[in-house]
Each structure stands twice: as structure tokens, then as C-alpha cells.
Ligand binder design. Structure first.
Ligand SMILES: [Zn+2]
Ligand SMILES: [Zn+2]
Length: 131
């Protein structure tokens, strides 16, 4: 599976969420993360020092590009979800496989500011709307 941002091979990674191991994949080149929506909740409240060096979020020009889901066979375009609490954080969500792509700095931002609450609300709204 390749990085939706820069096509680099995504390596299996384990995030340490306060002693709880969370399976994820990460890109060495752009330091983005591919993580299941359900797992994101586990890491939300934990600040991992490894992420503190990712100070700068990618610019809007980069974040505005539509990414294709690296997991789904049909290369589904992922949906842009702008965090309600910090508009610099734009997450790419695949509703089909329920995974989210976090660019460098976004995981840190989520952990530090508890942005996920807003994300979950949006996901729920989208699910309800598609029913
Ligand atoms: Zn990458
Ligand atoms: Zn997908």
C-alpha cells in the first residue's frame, strides 16, 4: 500500500497511545499516518513526543489536493474534512474502509487540541445523511 500523498510505500507502524498499542501505517517521506477511524479515538488524548517535531502543517495548496484511498481497490477519492476547531487541519477520510489520512503535524494537532470530537461529529452526520 502506497502513501496517498507521495506514493512512498507505507510501513506498518505501531503508535503508543499511553501504553495501548495502536496499529497504523506511516510514510517515512512525508511522515503522514494512515489509521482506522476507530483507532484515532484511542490516540486522541495521548501526546506522543515523537510527533512534537512536526510543527508545520502542510500548506493549503498541498492539503487541498484530492487524495485517492490507498486501501480501496477502486481508488476512491477521499473526502476532505476540515476540523471545526482548527481550520488548518484538513483530514482525508475514506468512508468506504473507514480510514483517515493524517498529514504531518495533524496527528499531533489532534492529540494536543482534542480535535477528534469535531471529526466524529462530522463522520456521524455524513453517515446519517447517507442513510
Ligand atoms: Zn508520503
Ligand atoms: Zn478506502
Amino acid at each position: 500500500m502506497n502513501c496517498p500523498r507521495c506514493r512512498t510505500w507505507l510501513a506498518a507502524d505501531t503508535l503508543d497511545a499511553g501504553g495501548v498499542a495502536v496499529e497504523a501505517k506511516s510514510c517515512e517521506k512525508c511522515t503522514g499516518h494512515w489509521i482506522a477511524l476507530g483507532d484515532l479515538k484511542t490516540v486522541e488524548s495521548v501526546v506522543d513526543l515523537r510527533f512534537l517535531r512536526w510543527r508545520n502543517l502542510p500548506g493549503m495548496e498541498t492539503q487541498g489536493r484530492i487524495l485517492l484511498c490507498p486501501e480501496c481497490p477502486e481508488a476512491m477519492p477521499m473526502e476532505k474534512i476540515v476540523s471545526l476547531r482548527d481550520q488548518r487541519v484538513v483530514m482525508d477520510v475514506c468512508h468506504h474502509c473507514q480510514h483517515v489520512w493524517l498529514d504531518r503535524g495533524e496527528l499531533e494537532a489532534i492529540q494536543q487540541r482534542g480535535l477528534l470530537g469535531g471529526l466524529q461529529e462530522i463522520i456521524k452526520a455524513l453517515r446519517d445523511a447517507s442513510r
